[in-house]
Design a protein around this ligand. Structure first.
Ligand code: ZN
Length: 162
């Protein structure tokens, strides 16, 4: 009957890429501030001195807008957290199910005159008609005698085999 083919695809979602970008951006912020502090001769082991440096120094981002360096550290940390949380998301697995229905040639027989002819059905169609329990199909006109009849399926043949 109908066969289904399962294919699992691993999708690199755009969230992974933006996660990486955000993480590196945040790291760049922090590294910029740290190298700035290091260049100014601030000892990292002395937390209060470092803290003071962060609050005392401003960074001009242009147009007369200045931020204390501490905000860069906060912004950097938030950006890293955001990036890491995006990266932590599970890689999306998309399962693609393709259902292949095969066409079969059914030989039909008119119940009035006994004339036989062939028609193509899909296997799902045959299934829904209740074949093979039910061998009679829906009413149609017999091409020989012209009567409306419910022909009988006398033979089913798959035109191609896999
Ligand atoms: Zn007929």
């Amino acid at each position: 009957m109908a066969r289904s083919v399962r294919k699992t695809m691993i999708v690199t979602s755009p969230t992974r890429i933006s996660g990486l970008v955000l993480t590196f951006l945040g790291l760049a912020f922090i590294i910029a501030v740290l190298s700035n502090a290091w260049a100014s001769g601030v000892s990292f082991s002395d937390f209060s001195a470092f803290n003071e440096f962060l609050w005392a120094n401003r960074f001009n981002i242009g147009l007369g807008i200045q931020f204390e360096l501490v905000y860069f550290i906060i912004a950097g940390a938030v950006t890293i957290l955001l990036g890491v949380s995006l990266l932590a998301r599970r890689t999306e697995r998309v399962e693609e199910v393709t259902v292949i229905t095969e066409d079969v040639t059914a030989t039909l027989e008119c119940t009035v005159c006994g004339y036989r002819w062939k028609e193509i059905f899909s296997e799902t169609q045959l299934d829904s008609m209740g074949f093979p329990r039910n061998r009679k199909i829906s009413r149609r006109k017999c091409p020989a005698c012209g009567r409306f009849t419910r022909p009988k399926i006398v033979k089913v043949r798959a035109p191609r085999t896999f």
